[in-house]
Write a protein that binds this ligand. Sequence first.
Ligand code: SAM
Ligand code: SF4
Ligand code: SF4
Length: 323
Amino acid sequence: MVKDKRGRDLRDLRISLTDKCNMRCKYCMPKEHFDSKHKFLPRSEILDYEEIVLIVNSLIPLGLKKVRLTGGEPLLRKDICELIKMLPEELDIAMTTNGILLEKYAPKLKKSGLKRVTVSLDAIDIETFQAMGDTKETPETVLRGIETARLAGLKVKINTVIRAGYNEHSINKISERFVGSDVIVRFIEFMDVGETNSWNLDEVLTGEQMRKMFESLEMVQPNHNGEVAKRFLHGQQELGFIESVSKPFCGDCNRARLSADGSLFTCLFASVGHDLKAMIRLGATRKDIRDAICTIWESRDDAYSETRSTTNRPKIEMSFIGG
Ligand code: SAM
Ligand code: SF4
Ligand code: SF4
């Protein structure tokens, strides 16, 4: 087991499989910045599946328990089911997706060993959905994907980013939509990730403000240390609130992130990563990689969400580093 400077474990690895996406959510990949002139990673710069698995295997002796496949949009990555089959079975394997391609892939994902899927859905009315995602896709496509995933036996959570002035009404609408199902809905405060999403504090609706939109909520104890969402029961329905802006949870953050081009980041708000791809392509063994990550993690002191008001350095985009 490895611990960082603040005594935090390395339990969770988020792997960005691609920096590309089939949506252009304004809070993540605004079209003005991610247009035809934007240089996405060339294929040769992206880690192949053997390289990803080498990194994952090197992390297991350090305490890794969970892997989340993300992006960009992970379902755009070719043969993603092959990667899932190659990952060690002892890990809890999850995915975060915008759900556009989920109806097509859910049964195959489940058969390949995926256990859980988090689907991003910011609205169920078409106008807000298309405005938030800057897309012609429809919420119906995502809802069909969610239903197919449930029927295939995947556990489903919903992530809803709330941006004040855009989709506050989704708080009640989306929770109502999933009453009586086993789908857990989590509301996320609009975060200041990256440099392109025109974030400003006035557009952040805090978890506390969101909770006022429900008549009664009962707090639920966390399942484990490092849980990102505060959980509540609304009658029988479980709701979560991810309050990274108003109530930072750096204290027990046990997440590392691997970008599609093979850099390891120790914080969502980091400016630079550690290039593991170069090591691998120079012939590094599993032990070499483990030793390097051990050194990186032991010198980790990140706590951006707790110190954001005093930090002023350029941040990497979420679609690149993996949400
Ligand atoms: N494309 C996939 C998706 O949307 O689920 C996976 C990658 S996306 C970067 C991962 C998560 O980050 C999504 O749930 C998305 O809503 C969230 N996200 C992106 N930008 C955000 C922001 N500025 N504030 C809060 N959450 C954000
Ligand atoms: Fe794409 Fe996900 Fe970012 Fe939306 S949040 S632009 S779906 S990567
Ligand atoms: Fe973890 Fe960085 Fe987020 Fe804090 S700001 S919870 S250290 S990823």
